[in-house]
Unconditional design. Structure first.
Length: 484
């Protein structure tokens, strides 16, 4: 027996259920990349505001995997969100997703749905690599294999820029009107990256379409924050026990959630603010804060944590060495690169450490360690560059970078990264000094070699050598003494 067979009305009284009639909801949003994060973040905001404004139901699509459709379709798109911390757990059934499309086999039905006039927002969580952009310049990578294939065959695309361009071409042809592309991926200037990727693709297909997009489509940037780990079988069993019915794919997350959105919508928007989002003119300071303090610390905990044998973030932050390093790195090295209106960064950092230590989130360091080439430039290299520009030393950020390089030297054959082949060749079988120079010399990831990168190599290589030769614990201890 599954979630929908019993119906939300028959669930135990302490389970929150949709506060609106699902039959009255119409579609307004197509979401690409219907993974864990969307279902634990944006879909929850939408679910909150559907009672006031039922025109924003979500059609969720995956370009890569049938798994969400297989799990959620039999339960009418309903699923549970479990928000938990050391103090307890709250369960809520989310009804915002009305339909799920598996576009991995056939993309045409998805493009047809995206071309409907009722759809006014295309939202995205397709991972950093889904934009097919060059992390160093932000531009579309015209040599990306998926982009090459889609440019040859733009009517049946597979890449995110290709699919959205095809949908926009169909909207233009059918008079479906303007639309907003709302990126919710962890990328600095995610709206601008989406714009560059999509208009870059469209211009190569049809310059008139690119002009139409410039006039009819907006790309607000957003800062998204809620830790949503991959669901485990143990989560599924525990949630089924509380519901009294099976949920094939519940989402487990923390109580905290934050969403800051640039208020620049081409065809209207739901009152996201009434569900707790913040609408601002410029999201950039919030993005930098989150990418550097939260995501930068996460990547540090992931690579050094992996090397120390910590499989989960909560375990890594309880390690005395990482538990000392992370607050120091945030306070001494990252905070001085930030200036965020209306936010006390000291409180923000303290809250982050508590969130990392949440004992009921089993957030795997191996999951965060994936796709480092797409993440490190904005999380670690950008604050390093900002500090170097002011003549400031950054021993702990440099150690964090060294952790990634050492991880690739030792585990290179197991890494999941779109640039895995390049990174393996650069790091494996090299001395620490060579590996550091060769990794930081990868222009596809870091951009052209310049004075900043040239200086960074000799600052980073000794940390890498200490990690490899004396072990990660001794290397962290050494850096913490030096950073005093
Ligand atoms: P997930 O693995 O559950 O889902 C990822 C989705 O992206 C899937 O639908 C997958 O099919 C799709 N995808 C992967 N590669 C793609 C590609 N090359 N082209 C098109 N689609 C592709 O992961 P998730 O937890 O949902 O995270 C997705 C993204 O959300 C992250 O990469 C990040 O940018 C953002 N995010 C996640 C969290 C979190 O805590 N999970 C927090 C903030 C932001």
């Amino acid at each position: 027996k599954g979630l929908s067979s019993k119906g939300p009305g028959a669930l135990p009284a302490d389970i929150a259920v949709p506060g609106y009639d699902r039959a009255q909801v119409t579609n307004g949003i197509v979401h690409l990349g219907i993974g864990a994060f969307h279902r634990g973040h944006m879909a929850v905001y939408v679910d909150t505001l559907l009672a006031d404004d039922p025109h924003w139901g979500i059609i969720g699509a995956s370009l890569r995997r049938p798994d969400t459709k297989v799990a959620l379709e039999p339960q009418d798109g309903l699923y549970t969100v479990s928000a938990r911390d050391g103090a307890g757990e709250q369960l809520r059934i989310i009804g915002a997703i009305r339909e799920i499309i598996d576009a991995s086999a056939d993309v045409a039905p998805l493009i047809a749905r995206m071309a409907a006039p009722e759809i006014r927002i295309f939202s995205l969580t397709v991972t950093e690599k889904g934009y097919c952009h060059d992390p160093a310049s932000g531009a579309l990578r015209a040599d990306h294999p998926d982009v090459v294939a889609d440019l040859q065959n733009p009517a049946s695309p597979r890449s995110v820029p290709g699919v959205i361009t095809a949908a926009l071409a169909a909207r233009r042809a059918g008079g479906a009107g303007p639309v907003t592309v709302l990126s919710c991926d962890n990328l600095q200037g995610n709206g601008e990256i989406a714009r560059a990727a999509i208009t870059g693709f469209a211009r190569r297909v049809d310059p008139a379409l690119a002009d139409w997009i410039a006039a009819h489509v907006t790309f607000p940037s957003t800062m998204v924050d809620r830790i949503v780990p991959a669901t485990t079988d143990a989560d599924r069993a525990a949630i089924a026990a509380r519901l009294g019915v099976e949920d094939a794919w519940p989402i487990v997350t923390e109580p905290f959630h934050q969403w800051v959105i640039e208020d620049h919508f081409a065809a209207g928007r739901p009152a996201f603010d009434r569900a707790g989002a913040q609408l601002v003119a410029d999201v950039a300071p919030f993005e930098l804060m989150k990418l550097r303090l939260l995501n930068g610390s996460h990547s540090t905990l992931a690579y050094l944590g992996q090397l120390l044998g910590h499989e989960e973030v909560a375990q890594a932050i309880r390690d005395p060495l990482l538990g000392a390093m992370i607050p120091r790195m945030m306070a001494d090295e990252i905070r001085p690169t930030l200036d965020v209106p209306g936010i006390d960064l000291g409180d923000y950092c303290a809250a982050l450490v508590a969130r990392f230590a949440n004992p009921s989130l089993h957030h795997r360091t191996a999951q965060i360690a994936m796709d480092g080439s797409q993440k490190l430039p904005q999380r670690i290299i950008a604050p390093l560059r900002a500090r170097a520009g002011k003549g400031l030393a950054s021993p702990l950020l440099t150690l964090s970078l060294a952790g990634w390089i050492a991880y690739m030297m030792q585990r290179g054959d197991t890494i999941a990264d779109p640039q895995a082949a390049l990174l393996q060749t650069a790091a494996q079988g090299q001395s620490p000094a060579q590996a550091t120079a060769r990794v930081l010399g990868l222009t596809q990831i870091f951009g052209p070699m310049d004075d900043f990168l040239r200086d960074l190599i000799p600052q980073t290589a000794p940390h890498v050598a200490r990690i490899i030769e004396g072990g990660p614990a001794a290397a962290i201890q050494y850096a913490l003494k030096g950073a005093n």
